[in-house]
Design a protein around this ligand. Structure first.
Ligand code: ZN
Length: 419
């Protein structure tokens, strides 16, 4: 078994872990460990919320979640000999939940605390718990659905340089200051009603690994949030980055300093509920090589991904279409987000034909291996988005040709609500 270079304890709070948790990007966070190129190593992970969600039937924990301290990540791991301009070649060898922790969760966040992609339609906190049985998962909160997961890290990346960090902060601050334009604000009464467009550095709840307190106080004011993906990969949420995947990460600081986590047992394209995958605590085995001058060799100042071969193998899909016209009939200009929303809402409506609640439909789209595509981006004024739902994940037939009257009355259970 590979040596464990980062350990966690799922029974302890995030600030009392065997190795110190990280929840921001900053170049000066000291490495928790250093590995040799080519060496296999194991890392352990809290779930992205740092253990704020329980295996129970109440969504109060989702409603009341503290969001500032997320994501709870493991690292940084330095790679011996890596220097700025190199590429790290990261192999995802294996990953899974802890043997005594074989469950995961998915949340719909309250409109007032986090929200989500369809938050106008699903404003209240909800939760589903998933049992993880080998590669198969099912949920007591959504009956008659069962599927294999392609477990993957939702987030992995290298540390930014000071210059890159400054660039991130400047451009995101400029967006926040610019505020919503007419297109962004179209479904709101006034532009002031639109939530902030980005998340600036937030010292509240900051965890900077093993950085000493004096230094950490200043660093907390500039360390970047881990929510968006950026030039270091970061929170890319690519659902196919399972076992056998290879990721090329640009190196911006000595050692590269890999930080990773946010393990997902499975996710649909888009991770639409926001806490949208089957989130889990667990472990991952990695192997990292250094490609010297890799950024110049590949002519790339961005990460590259080669997903593995372990995707679930489905053959039949029901495909839903959405385009850039929103629910009240407003025509948008080539807006892919609106197209995605409409495709998802259509898929959710369709699932109610079989007795699922709309909330269950939302959870299924977010967690099962659902494929989404930009089908067309050139046909003025509508961008066409498709959402493809695999038929084989259901224990009954969802084929439109076999739809019968009255099947909408079937009871498929209920998701966890707040009290
Ligand atoms: Zn996640």
């Amino acid at each position: 078994m590979p040596e464990t270079v980062f350990e966690v304890d799922t029974d302890a709070p995030p600030d009392e872990q065997p190795d110190p948790i990280v929840n921001r990007w900053h170049p000066d966070i000291p490495p928790a460990a250093t590995v040799e190129p080519g060496e296999k190593f194991r890392m352990e992970f809290l779930d992205w919320t740092g253990g704020q969600v329980n295996n129970d039937d109440s969504a109060n924990d989702i409603r009341d979640m503290e969001l500032d301290p997320n994501h709870h990540l493991s690292g940084p791991i330095a790679v011996e000999g890596a220097e700025p301009g190199d590429m790290l070649v990261v192999d995802v060898l294996d990953l899974g939940p802890f043997p005594d922790h074989e469950w995961g969760f998915t949340g719909i966040f309250d409109l007032e605390n986090g929200g989500g992609f369809l938050t106008d339609h699903f404003p209240e906190a909800r939760k589903t718990i998933w049992d993880l049985n080998g590669v198969i998962t099912e949920s007591r909160h959504i009956e008659d659905v069962r599927f294999p997961g392609c477990a993957h890290p939702g987030l992995l990346g290298t540390a930014p340089s000071h210059e890159l960090l400054e660039e991130w902060n400047e451009r995101e601050r400029a967006l926040i200051e610019r505020g919503p334009d007419a297109e962004t604000a179209v479904n709101h009464e006034t532009r002031e009603d639109v939530p902030p467009l980005a998340l600036p550095p937030e010292p509240n709840g900051v965890l900077l690994g093993g950085m000493d307190d004096d230094e950490a106080e200043d660093a907390a004011e500039e360390a970047a949030r881990t929510i968006p993906p950026r030039e270091n990969a970061g929170n890319c949420d690519i659902k196919n980055l399972g076992r056998g995947s290879r990721v090329y990460l640009p190196v911006y600081v000595d050692g590269g300093k890999i930080t990773t986590g946010d393990l997902h047992f499975s996710q649909g394209d888009g991770e639409i509920t926001f806490c949208g995958a089957i989130e889990m605590a667990g472990w991952m085995d990695l192997q990292v090589d250094v490609m010297k001058n890799g950024m110049e060799k590949m002519n790339a100042d961005y990460p590259l991904f080669k997903p593995g071969y372990m995707d679930p193998d489905f053959s039949s899909y029901v495909v839903f279409e959405g385009y850039s016209v929103d629910e009240d009939g407003t025509q948008h200009y080539k807006n892919a987000n609106v197209g995605m929303r409409r495709a998802c809402l259509n898929a959710i409506d369709y699932m109610t034909n079989f007795g699922y609640t709309r909330e269950q439909g939302y959870f299924i789209l977010s967690t099962a291996p659902v494929e989404s595509r930009l089908a067309g981006v050139v046909d003025l004024p509508n961008t066409c988005v498709t959402v493809s739902v695999p038929q084989e994940i259901f224990e009954f037939d969802i084929d439109p040709d076999t739809l019968e009257d009255g099947s909408g009355a079937d009871d498929r259970g209920e998701v966890a609500k707040t009290s």
